[in-house]
Design a protein around this ligand. Structure first.
Ligand SMILES: Cc1ncc(COP(=O)(O)O)c(C=O)c1O
Length: 380
């Protein structure tokens, strides 16, 4: 591949030595589980995000599970979430016996339609999960307003959006709880797996810390049924190194995204973009001819508000996305489809006959392009 989706070896090269020093520090300490590196990382990332409590956990999927458990989601409880997201968002609800209540996606950012959330709230609604997809925040105000009115907690699934902002507010600081993933493809990637939960609520933080270690504050005395959801000491040490470079990495992604947008406008003939955010269901959704490519749209106008975790275009017309994917692959450019099937159509969730028209169209059109410095030079 001339242009892979991600080049982690090249990304780590400038601070390879620092990662090796971090490895040796942990090796020499003989402390591998919930030691000083996890504690220091939790302090440092809490300060970076601007939140009082940050709890390191095993991965982003478990972060969601723990967040839902912390707000007492259990069998039969409904949790509102988007149908266009990674499986873990709804998987965590189902792992607790809860029922995901899906919401369609917005045509601008592909995040859940915030204006449709209030209408989904019913007597069994126990929580709302807003996902900040592809690196930009969902439109949080209508969601927070509806949740407040009904006294329902909001969990921000910010797995893909560490550092993103909505009207200046950091992802993971707006809801009751925020969850993050440190999977290697994320804005801050571990050299393995990791996750994080953020909250302003000291008692929820305390509860999550207990749930992380089988529900016990004091070893072998269990107040709750939790599990082993610990962040590894070694991963925390690596994440501490990478956190120092996060601001510059995000800036670079934003520059690469602007360059790629310019370059696609020049090189590809049928490129289109929306004129305005249509998150609220207002405004005209633009139509285009088959083969037209919609560029990604940034609903948040401030510099640095979108973190560009993925650069996702829409290719209009039956079969056109797959044809473009094949053409790019033949030219050595890797692409990915996030996501080819909505969650309401997954075999394990076919309990609902509801349809979500825009998402059903979207899954046939989305294509993620590589966002490396060389992407705009090498894209045909
Ligand atoms: C939106 C979203 N939520 C949750 C997760 C789960 O994170 P992890 O892979 O660390 O379990 C991911 C990972 O891709 C994600 O994209």
């Amino acid at each position: 591949m001339k242009v892979p989706m991600l080049d982690l070896v090249a990304e780590h090269a400038p601070y390879r030595g620092e990662l090796q020093v971090a490895f040796e520090r942990v090796l020499d300490s003989g402390r591998f589980v919930l030691g000083p590196e996890v504690e220091a990382f939790e302090r440092e990332i809490a300060a970076w995000i601007g939140i009082p409590h940050a709890i390191g956990v095993s991965n982003g999927s478990d972060a969601l599970l723990l967040a839902l458990q912390a707000v007492d989601v259990g069998p039969g409880d409904e949790v509102i979430c988007p149908t266009f997201t990674f499986f873990a968002t709804a998987g965590a609800i189902a792992r607790l016996g809860g029922i995901p209540v899906f919401v369609d996606s917005a045509e601008c950012c592909y995040n859940l339609r915030a204006d449709q959330v209030a209408a989904k709230i019913g007597p069994k609604t126990k929580a709302i999960i807003a996902v900040h997809l592809f690196g930009q925040c969902a439109d949080m105000d209508p969601i927070l307003t509806a949740a407040k009115k009904h006294g329902i907690p909001v969990i921000e699934d910010a797995a893909q959006a560490l550092g993103a902002r909505d009207k200046g507010r950091q992802a993971g600081t707006m809801g009751t709880l925020g969850t993050f993933s440190f999977f290697p493809t994320k804005n801050l990637g571990a050299l393995g797996e990791g996750g994080l939960i953020t909250t302003r609520d000291a008692s929820l933080a305390e509860k999550i810390k207990k749930l992380r270690v089988h529900g016990a504050k004091q070893k072998y005395f269990h107040e709750l049924v939790g599990g082993n959801f610990r962040l590894h000491e070694l991963q925390a040490a690596f994440l501490r190194v990478k956190l120092k470079y996060l601001d510059s990495a995000l800036k670079k992604r934003e520059q690469n995204a602007s360059r790629l947008i310019e370059s696609l406008r020049e090189k590809w003939s049928a490129v289109m973009s929306l004129d305005a955010c249509v998150c609220q269901g207002k405004g005209e959704a633009k139509q285009g001819k088959p083969g037209s490519v919609f560029l990604p749209f940034s609903c948040h106008s401030g510099v640095g508000e979108h973190t560009w975790n993925q650069f996702v275009v829409r290719v209009l017309g039956p079969g056109q996305r797959d044809a473009l994917k094949q053409k790019l692959s033949a030219q050595g450019v890797q692409t990915e489809i996030y996501y080819p099937r909505p969650l309401h159509e997954q075999d394990c969730f076919q309990h609902s006959s509801q349809s979500f028209p825009f998402t059903e169209q979207l899954v046939k059109e989305v294509l993620a392009l590589p966002l490396l410095e060389k992407s705009c030079l090498l894209l045909p």
